[in-house]
Design a protein around this ligand. Structure first.
Ligand code: SF4
Length: 696
């Protein structure tokens, strides 16, 4: 039976899967034993991929383009889109057109969408749901290293002596990496794991020390750690002198963060803080593994830099078992970053500097190019609400459920003159679409993704698409042709797009940009089909890829030196009778449940939306376990089942983000999240909404 090697379409771990297919009938989807991301492991979502495929195919699958309620041909649909774009540009200017993309797209889809928008339509109003996931980590890496470069690789988790999980319930959100940590700890009795998280989670089964700090106070903790390292002679002055700038300013900002102050700000017992600091001090092979709990904050970028500062001060990066390791949420958040999926980036990690603008325009030979950053996700939808965006094309994401203040997002979609949605199934967002395009789903589409350790893997097609569903890159290319740009979008296959993307990454790149896969730019179609997982950079000098960055202490800043960056930590406080609502993900669900919600094996554990509340608070409010409660604030209300649990501290609540409006009208937790964003990254504060809770 033919076996196809592909990559799991869910999280940023990027596990390899082997699919057995006979006559378009998928027999098994199993873990690939040799894929370096998972070495034969899968989590519950990956293990149920076959069932998910069947459910999505049998469910409310989109199969034909629909324009204003009428099924039409692709030619009619793409012509209509092109005319709408032209009319909007003529009447309101280029910035009246916007794309909202997704970390679910393949790199090839992402590349073509960005090229069309930034280089040909001529606006940078193209952002992605990755803004909600890891844009603070991107901004912090750029500030510290001069490039959006994750220094670590998964092997570092195998050989570290200390893993510090910050804002990460890895056991549920990145389960295969968690399994890897479990195995590493079993092999290394000296290894310790610390979890810094307001909640007790499943990850605690592994940890030696849990710091249940108050929500959003991580910045205080890591500034305190820097101060402690300085005061205990735990810094590497040689590394600081040779490879960094800005240490003194960072040390000055941390000066006030004594153990007592850290304890006061974080609500942590001082002895817990001291133990963590002592372990960090004593352990050269330390990996700080951080995720949405750090990124999804109005001070997320500063928090990431506070973590990075501690690694720079101790020289703990660039060697095995050490480094500040941001883990992406989505399967291709990293690929989106590579092609310029964020509104403040150009392709191939280039910026909106005059040199980069000119470079990208010359490479594309495009008639124009966006010359400044566009609107980031929250601002982009604000512009939709204000009537400034007239044509909005949303691909592979469900912002009516997943963006903060979802009620407002739905109202904005309602008034937008032309909403185009490309997706696999009907969603809450497609309810607002004037034009619906049936996209290819996992197993039908073909291309590449990049996981959290910079590893590019192939997603391969192994079954026929239903109806006339088409790849996103193909649909965008057709619109580009309708706009008159045929010669610039000659693509007949993902391979043609990938090699162009790879060539751009090396174009006039004299070691000035970390993202360089020019070593893959001359892959033949066959070589692309057979591409095995490889970590960027992939260049003439590193043809087999690069597992770890910054081994030589050279960075991508103008000076070649890493930068310490200091911020001012801030604390979120609720008033009397208010609660801080934390949000997150479940082990078995993905995003807004449009795929995993259709599989009984994945819904059985948590069939209903729920909110966790501490027993003391429940008693005070007269709330019983499994009773329905209403959680509300000025933005909206959500009705859920109460889960009375010691795992959440008094004054805090926790609720998963997954349930959509198709499930129940008052089930969308993002209705309660304010559109407050980090000023540097634009990433929303999704972990600390101020709410009230009462019996329903
Ligand atoms: Fe898929 Fe992530 Fe699970 Fe791996 S850990 S099987 S990539 S969801």
């Amino acid at each position: 039976m033919p076996e196809i090697l592909s990559t799991c379409p869910y999280c940023g771990v990027g596990c390899g899967v082997s699919v057995s297919v006979l006559d378009d009938d998928v027999k098994t989807v199993l873990a690939t034993p040799t894929h370096p991301a998972n070495y034969g492991r899968l989590c519950s979502k990956g293990s149920n991929l076959k069932e998910t495929l069947l459910s999505v195919r049998d469910g409310n699958r989109l199969t034909h383009p629909v324009v204003y309620g009428e099924a039409v041909s692709w030619s009619e649909a793409t012509q209509t889109i092109a005319r709408k774009i032209e009319q909007s540009i003529a009447q309101y200017g280029r910035d009246s057109v916007a794309f909202y993309l997704s970390g679910q797209l393949l790199t090839e889809d992402y590349y073509v969408a960005n090229k069309l928008m930034k280089g040909f339509i001529g606006t940078a109003n193209v952002d992605t749901n990755s803004r909600l996931c890891m844009s603070s980590a991107v901004a912090a890496y750029k500030r510290a290293f001069g490039s959006d470069s994750v220094p670590c690789c998964y092997e570092d988790l195998d050989v570290a002596d200390l893993i510090v999980l910050v804002g990460s319930n890895a056991a549920w959100t990145h389960p295969v990496l968690y399994q890897r940590m479990v195995a590493a700890k079993a092999n290394n009795p000296n290894m310790r794991v610390v979890s810094i998280d307001p909640r007790q989670t499943a990850t605690n089964d592994l940890v030696d020390l849990h710091l249940p700090l108050l929500p959003s106070t991580d910045g205080f903790l890591f500034q305190g750690l820097l101060r402690y390292l300085i005061q205990t002679d735990g810094i590497d002055q040689g590394y600081i002198d040779r490879h960094t700038d800005g240490f003194e300013a960072a040390a000055n900002s941390a000066e006030a963060m004594s153990l007592e102050r850290v304890s006061r700000e974080t609500g942590l017992d001082q002895s817990l803080v001291q133990t963590f600091f002592d372990w960090f001090l004593a352990t050269p092979k330390t990996v700080s593994f951080y995720s949405q709990g750090i990124n999804q904050s109005a001070t997320g970028t500063d928090k990431c830099n506070a973590i990075i500062n501690c690694h720079l001060a101790t020289g703990r990066l660039g060697y095995a078992g050490a480094g500040p390791f941001s883990i992406t949420g989505q399967p291709n958040a990293m690929g989106g970053r590579e092609v310029g999926g964020l509104a403040n980036q150009l392709a191939a990690h280039m910026d909106f500097s005059s040199g980069d603008i000119d470079r990208v325009q010359r490479f594309w030979n495009s008639p124009r190019i966006a010359n400044e950053a566009g609107l980031k996700a929250v601002d982009l939808f604000e512009a939709v609400a204000e009537g400034k965006i007239k044509v909005l094309w949303i691909m592979a994401t469900n912002p009516a459920v997943s963006l903060p203040n979802s009620n407002k997002i739905r109202a904005a979609l309602e008034i937008c003159p032309t909403v185009i949605v490309s997706d696999v199934t009907h969603t809450d967002t497609s309810d607002f679409a004037d034009i619906v395009l049936p996209a290819l789903g996992w197993g039908e589409k073909d291309g590449s993704v990049t996981n959290s350790e910079r590893r590019i893997s192939r997603q391969r097609a192994f079954r026929q698409a239903p109806g006339s569903a088409k790849a996103d890159w193909w649909a965008i290319t057709q619109v580009a042709h309708q706009l008159g740009f045929q010669e610039y979008f000659p693509y007949q296959s993902p391979h043609a797009i990938f090699v162009e993307h790879a060539a751009l990454s090396g174009f006039e790149n004299q070691g000035s940009r970390a993202f360089d896969i020019s070593g893959l730019s001359d892959l033949s179609e066959l070589e692309y089909q057979e591409l095995t997982p490889i970590q960027w950079p992939v260049t003439a000098t590193h043809p087999q890829g690069t597992d770890r960055l910054f081994e030589d202490g050279q960075f991508y800043t103008a000076s070649g030196r890493a930068q310490f960056v200091s911020g001012k930590p801030k604390k979120i406080q609720a008033k009397k009778a208010e609660f801080i609502l934390n949000t997150g993900r479940l082990r078995d669900q993905w995003h807004t449940m449009t795929r995993t919600g259709a599989v009984p094996a994945l819904t059985v554990h948590d069939p209903l939306p729920f909110v966790q509340i501490n027993p003391e608070d429940a008693l005070t409010l007269g709330i019983k376990h499994h009773q329905f409660v209403q959680v509300s604030n000025v933005l909206g209300r959500v009705v859920m089942r109460a889960e009375v649990s010691q795992s959440i501290a008094s004054g805090q609540l926790f609720s998963p983000i997954h349930w959509n409006q198709q499930f129940a009208t008052h089930a969308v937790v993002c209705n309660l999240i304010e559109s407050v964003v980090d000023p540097v990254s634009g990433q929303p504060e999704s972990k600390a909404a101020i709410v009230a809770i009462e019996p329903y």
